[in-house]
Design a protein around this ligand. Sequence first.
Ligand SMILES: [Zn+2]
Ligand SMILES: [Zn+2]
Ligand SMILES: [Zn+2]
Length: 294
Amino acid sequence: MEQRREEKKAREEERVNSLLEQGKKVWAASREVEDLPDKRPYPPVPPSAAGKPQERNRSCHICTQGIASWRGAFTAPLGCSKCPRIFCERCLGHLQDEALLPLAGKPLSTFFDDHWDDWTCLMCRGVCACQEPQLSAKVPIASVCAAGPGRCRIKTAEPHPFRSGDSVSVSGCKLAASAGPVASKALQPVNKQHGSVTWISPGEIELRADASGLPPVAEASGHVTLPTIEKHKRRGWVGVTGSGAIKASPATAAAVTGKRKGSPTPTKRRGSPSRGGGRRTPKKTSTGTRKAKA
Ligand SMILES: [Zn+2]
Ligand SMILES: [Zn+2]
Ligand SMILES: [Zn+2]
């Protein structure tokens, strides 16, 4: 494991040097969990269920932000003593639930200090938002059809749990061979879809995908799923304005999506600031704005 990391480091160095020789500007700094500002070592990670040694994760389980991409001053994430996961301070600060994180009125930093060496994470306790069975379903697709320019409508074979603004993954859609090559090609962007949902009814959603050329109602296989980070967003655990907030109802949620139209909604906001990093770049995604809105 150690050797592989060394090799990777050497390869990266080589690449950076070649780019620098070409006169390009390169951001070459990186951060490891081991060299976080407060230098506290994490508790050892126990071996996997299969008995294999595991390394400490390098990104927050809830928001998926990697330590390497964090800038500025920040607090080291809290690591689980039973698994490799880490949880950043900003995300844990959003839980606001004594059953999940018993702060007992004390600041989060005190909780971090008290539990640094011995904390059982949300996943290991089976209480993480992403473990909610209803949201974990692979929702089977009944049919897909084009719904106006750049949009497609998906009917699900059973009631779906999606709301407007969710970013879903669609995969495995296949058409009957008799549908022809044009229809098959039109289905490709739907299958690659990882985009924002507009809620239509308990059995229908619309997505941004160019499905022109699809037969009016294409019989489809495949399924729609909610990526892990989206499940965390559902409970407002991911600190990004708008998408982090819990949506009141499909109707208001639809209005929110309408307003956000055209704005980029990446699923992995690697560049967005963490609680600490937020002090450096107080963009609209910062915690401050979110609090002001709430
Ligand atoms: Zn986080
Ligand atoms: Zn854990
Ligand atoms: Zn989770």
